[in-house]
Design a binder for this molecule. Sequence first.
Ligand SMILES: [Zn+2]
Length: 111
Amino acid sequence: MATTKQIFEYDGDIISADLSNIRICPGPCNNTMEEPEPSVNTSNNYFKPYSGGRYARFCYPINNTQTLVLKNLRICASCHSRYLEFSEENCTEELMSDAKIIMKKLEKNQV
Ligand SMILES: [Zn+2]
């Protein structure tokens, strides 16, 4: 059973975190400022905070076997484009090092 302090869920080689309630950018940037309430466009139910979008899931390799899955995340524009770029170019090493930064950041800043 997960404790209340535990943000990560472990399921075999998948480590996932539901970031619905995390109001900082969970990405590898240094920004740990909480963002203000997002504006919600009810016509298409799409969240658009000022600093970036909201996404259903991002997957980062942690090592050769484990994967970090971030769910329901809002992420700043620079972390988003960094993730897309590394994913498209198969920069596994970079994604792995970002995964470590992300996990540390979330452990430190969880609500
Ligand atoms: Zn960021």
